[in-house]
Design a protein around this ligand. Structure first.
Ligand code: ADP
Ligand code: MG
Length: 346
């Protein structure tokens, strides 16, 4: 077997890819790969937070839009982002991978290289997985474990009237990046000019430290958090529905980048299509009391993290409104629906 062909033996393949990963929690890990289950000792007093997310070739990425290193990075990043939105400290992950015929050993190893870089940065250790064959597309499902304090989980239901609505980063960049990646005949010069948009889609940065900072600062006060995986409109609606309050977002306060506005203009696209409904930005959105927001702002500035106020929570019936210079209209959730029927197929 060479690295340009598909791996021909599952167990040797598992040995090779797991050796690419670094263990950062030896004291907590009792049994890692190689047995029927992994075993770890939870930190006393902490609760375990579990999350799972799956990426499917042809649905979430293609080999034209993402390199294998980027696929590995993103598969782990989406799970870290869920842990971030729970204010959790990442600890462990497991990976299930369905390998299609046309994936080479080198490409598969690169997926682990992409994961291992991000894993090391967040001290999250791979401790198990499952390897199977898949008839056509590559499938990667990651289950991640984090640890959190139980007394103040940043649940979607914890938005309260009077709270400020915030986001921890700029919006719409990943969707604009994907739009660019799907264009034909893009010049090298354009790719370089809009590189930050491409990076937002291909190598999202999960806001793990930000999530922890928010719950740490909130102490016993209610705070709601959600990661922006399906677009701000969708995430804001989830918080509104879960809490029963109304969120009023101010259109002019929604943060984005100059580059996104330039690219939207070039393409004749309304930038708010991306800012409001473009998914996969993986910043956090949430709500918190105004006094705490002021302190959070300071703490974020101190760490060099951006933080933007984008609206308010008012008492209502679980809806989201967009205030466009005094004109207030409902903002419906318009995230990607995996069960929606698409053109032609049954
Ligand atoms: P079992 O038959 O007990 O399910 P497997 O043969 O599926 O065992 O896996 C053997 C060991 O390798 C297990 O510890 C499992 O967690 C680990 N493993 C399997 N596939 C992967 C993978 N793709 N990445 C990391 N670890 C893996
Ligand atoms: Mg197995």
């Amino acid at each position: 077997m060479t690295s340009h062909t598909r791996p021909d033996h599952e167990f040797e393949f598992i040995d090779r890819v797991t050796s690419l990963m670094k263990a950062t929690r030896p004291d907590q890990t009792l049994v890692s790969f190689g047995d029927d289950g992994a075993v770890y000792r939870p930190t006393p007093g902490k609760a375990q937070v579990l999350t799972v997310d799956m990426l499917v070739e042809g649905v979430h990425f293609t080999r034209q839009t993402m390199s294998p290193v980027q696929i590995g990075h993103k598969a782990l990043a989406v799970n870290l982002s869920d842990l971030a939105a729970m204010g959790a400290v990442p600890a462990y992950f497991l990976i299930s991978i369905g390998v299609a015929e046309d994936w080479t050993e080198k490409a598969l190893q690169d997926i682990y290289v992409g994961m291992s870089r991000l894993a090391a940065a967040h001290r999250i250790d791979l401790i198990g997985g499952d390897t199977v064959t898949s008839p056509k597309q590559l499938v990667i499902s990651i289950t991640a474990v984090g640890e959190a304090d139980t007394q103040n989980l940043p649940l979607r239901s914890r938005a309260r009237p009077g709270h400020i609505v915030f986001v921890t980063g700029k919006l719409g960049l990943a969707a604009a990046g994907l739009h660019l990646l799907l264009q034909e005949n893009v010049s090298q010069q354009e790719k370089e000019r809009f590189a930050p948009l491409l990076k937002a889609h291909q190598e999202p940065d999960p806001h793990v430290q930000q999530g922890q900072l928010i719950v740490h600062l909130a102490q016993d006060e209610p705070v709601a958090l959600n990661d922006v995986s399906d677009g701000l409109a969708g995430e804001a609606n989830e918080i509104a529905q879960a809490s029963g309050g109304d969120l009023v977002l101010e259109k002019k306060k929604l943060p984005t980048s100059r580059l996104l506005l330039d690219y939207a203009q070039l393409q004749g696209v309304d930038p708010y299509d991306w800012i409001l409904t473009g998914g996969e930005d993986f910043v956090l959105t949430g709500t918190i009391a105004p006094e705490l927001f002021a302190r959070l702002n300071q703490a974020f500035r101190h760490q060099g993290f951006p933080l933007y106020e984008i609206g308010r929570v008012v008492s209502g019936s679980g809806q989201v409104w967009l205030d466009d210079g005094g004109k207030i209209e409902p903002l419906k959730a318009m995230g990607y629906n995996h069960f929606k029927k698409r053109g032609g197929s049954p």
